[in-house]
Design a protein. Structure first.
Length: 71
């Protein structure tokens, strides 16, 4: 299992906790393209997304994440 840091701080927070077959998105406060790139565009392996609170630096891409079928 490994933790990828996509971004931290006031510009946006996003992390991916992943194994070989599954991933969990923690926060989605960055552009959806940055999230997809960090996943090597294999976003189908994401089993869920945790958002700690509704500030933009934590949930900026929540609508796009949900449109991908990630809850």
């Amino acid at each position: 299992m490994k933790l990828k840091v996509i971004s931290t701080g006031s510009i946006g927070n996003a992390y991916i906790l992943e194994t070989e077959n599954e991933a969990l998105l923690i926060e989605c406060g960055v552009n959806i393209l940055d999230i997809k790139k960090a996943l090597d565009f294999n976003y189908h392996k994401v089993v869920g997304c945790i958002v700690t609170h509704e500030h933009q630096d934590h949930c900026k891409s929540i609508n796009e994440v949900m449109e991908l079928g990630i809850n």
